[in-house]
Design a protein around this ligand. Sequence first.
Ligand code: FAD
Length: 426
Amino acid sequence: KVAVVLFTRDLRVHDHPALAASVRAAEHVVPLFVHDPSLPAGSNRRTFLDGCLSDLASSLRQRGGDLVTLRGDPVDCALRVAKQVGAAGIAMSADVSGFARARSQRLAAACAAEGVAFREFPGVTIAEPGSLRPGGGGSHYKVFTPYYRAWQASSLREVHGAPRRISLPEDMPKSWFATGDPDAVSGESAARERLSSWLTHLESYGDHHDDLAADRTSRLSPYLHFGCLSPRELVARVDGHAGAEPFVRQLCWRDFYHQVLSAFPDLRRRPYRPGAEDSWRDEPDALEAWKAGHTGVPIVDAGMRQMLQEGWMHNRARLITASYLTKHLYLDWRAGGDHFYDLLLDGDVANNYGNWQWVAGTGNDTKPYRRFNPLRQAERFDPTGDYVRRYVPELADIPGKAIHEPWKQPASTRRGYPSPLALDAK
Ligand code: FAD
């Protein structure tokens, strides 16, 4: 018996329910990834993805298998492979975006027409979207705290080990297999190393996760986005460790936005909250200045430049920069969200647009009119100014927290740094 496992953003061998079940049930397993040219992904994510795939192929090879890598429509390719190897079934991890769901539905229909079994498994989130529902018949939780309570009380599925051996059918076409060297940055191996080394910081996560200069958050988000790490396994790994609770709470935010997206597929384009104010200024120059990290507000510019340089931005800086765009410049959250989505290694529809709508006041925040004052945020979360100094080198000579208000300094120390586009009175 032969089974095909279609990988999407679950690029790992550990705790992969679809892979584990297929290896258990079938004599031969064909792991498959299809590059879909219709799927938009910024170039940062595309490079990261290539590394993930090389690492996955290498892990599969160590177990006797390999990764079939094709380009085209995933439904056509999966079915073509299944027919050619005589597979009885195709398995994959269920995902929640409108795009992913349409793909699954097409694949299910195509499989039914060809007499191939199709099955979806959990694995992308910890709790499956839709598995927790509020009383009163709602399709999903709209507010985080009650969701978190229900989530904590729910029982989690078992964690699967990596399969020991994967056996490919004989005579597979050589052209199906890509060659590429794993890099040290992306992929499951790098993710597991990053996790092991970061766990020493878990205990102080609650105290330091908002400290911009300390940079003490896990930086696991790109790995979680591509599924190089199973979020379910991550919870099991930290369970019982001192300091785990605030970290697990953040992982729950990820599940929360996935269940929101599952119930509200238009999250990218349409305000989630009925009746939310959704009119914005049209000021292309201000938008460009924000994107480039030239707003004249150092804490905002530092965040934007961190993302340009690293393809990643600290969560506190994401909150400050997004709030500045929508609640100081009054520019559209969709423009901000699209820019983030383009550049972030962890850019994903649920987390990115869910958070953007939260900040813009069109989403799940129960206080939609809250607005972060960038100067107060800078004083609280970058009290020494070291985060700004790292990313805005033209201000580096301004000592201590005075760096947050360069307009109070003589022009010579500002080295051409612009005046603020907009700012609250303190
Ligand atoms: P840690 O603090 O170590 O947290 C561990 C994990 O929990 C993260 O890797 C992430 O998977 C999850 N998590 C943490 N905070 C959140 C949150 N607020 N919402 C959802 N999940 C969370 N996260 C993304 O993964 N992709 C995005 O595209 C994205 N866009 C964002 C846009 C805005 C405007 C804001 C305010 C936040 C966004 N986030 C996004 C959430 C958060 O900023 C990142 O997940 C976090 O900064 C990643 O760093 P980390 O792995 O070190 O996080």
